[in-house]
Write a protein that binds this ligand. Structure first.
Ligand code: C5P
Length: 227
């Protein structure tokens, strides 16, 4: 496996499902004028493509072939898969659950590795996921491990889904979230774990703005010159 080395700064934000990583990563990137990588979207896109193409989700090599060949374009709030905007479809719970299953396959993770590293571009990248600080960008200048208790996360996800007009049940979400966390934490390959040099931020009782500010403060505290 090649190791990513670059002087282009990366802020890695890892953490469990619905810890707010995506929102925080986008806002931090916006504040710094940097690019953002939503690595979970790549696993979700692979899961969606597997479903759409009727591939056997238990066949890890067939799934890896799909991941390798993904025709994806990110454009603001739009996510194009083979020319179709699937931004809403990839957020569906069943797609997230399948993403978590196929994310445990080593060939799938390998297929997506260089694609993720290619997002590192000047003046900087904020990357969110599960293994940004451990595997994809082990040399990231700042590694944040964002946590929140599972009840707070399930409630947030429930509100988000309802706001988007989807039906959502808190008890089901809590159950799915617990099993997804468990699978992400215990898988042999690239498990969800804080990098040894990551700083843990608990957002359970913080607002989005407060959490963003904490990350920005951590970054400015490192004293890198502004790009
Ligand atoms: O972050 P998000 O919930 O969109 O990710 C969907 C799934 O993709 C996660 O449950 C996790 O299993 C997987 N994933 C991963 N590594 C990443 C990002 C996401 O394994 N870097």
């Amino acid at each position: 496996m090649s190791v990513s080395t670059s002087t282009i700064p990366v802020i890695a934000i890892d953490g469990p499902t619905a810890s707010g990583k995506g929102t925080i990563a986008h806002r931090v990137a916006q504040a710094l004028g940097w690019a953002v990588l939503d690595s979970g979207a790549l696993y979700r896109l692979t899961a969606l493509a597997v479903q759409q193409q009727g591939v056997d989700a238990a066949d890890e090599h067939a799934v890896a072939d799909i991941a390798e060949a993904l025709d994806v374009r990110f454009d603001g709030d739009h996510v194009w898969l083979s020319g179709h905007d699937v931004a809403a479809d990839i957020r569906l719970e069943h797609v997230g659950n399948l993403a978590s299953r196929i994310a445990a396959y080593p060939p799938v993770r390998q297929a997506l590795l260089e694609r993720q590293r290619a997002f590192r571009a000047s003046p900087g990248l904020v990357a969110d996921g599960r293994d940004m600080g451990t595997i994809v960008f082990p040399d990231a200048q700042l590694k944040v491990f964002l946590v929140a208790d599972v009840a707070a996360r399930a409630e947030r996800r429930c509100k988000q889904l309802k706001a988007k007009g989807f039906s959502a049940n808190l008890a089901d979400l809590l159950k799915d979230m617990r099993s997804r966390d468990e699978r992400d934490r215990t898988r042999a390959n690239a498990p969800l774990v804080a990098a040894a040099d990551a700083i843990t931020v608990d957002s359970s009782s913080l607002s989005i703005e407060e959490t963003v500010q904490q990350v920005l403060d951590l970054w400015s505290g490192l004293g890198f010159p502004k790009a």
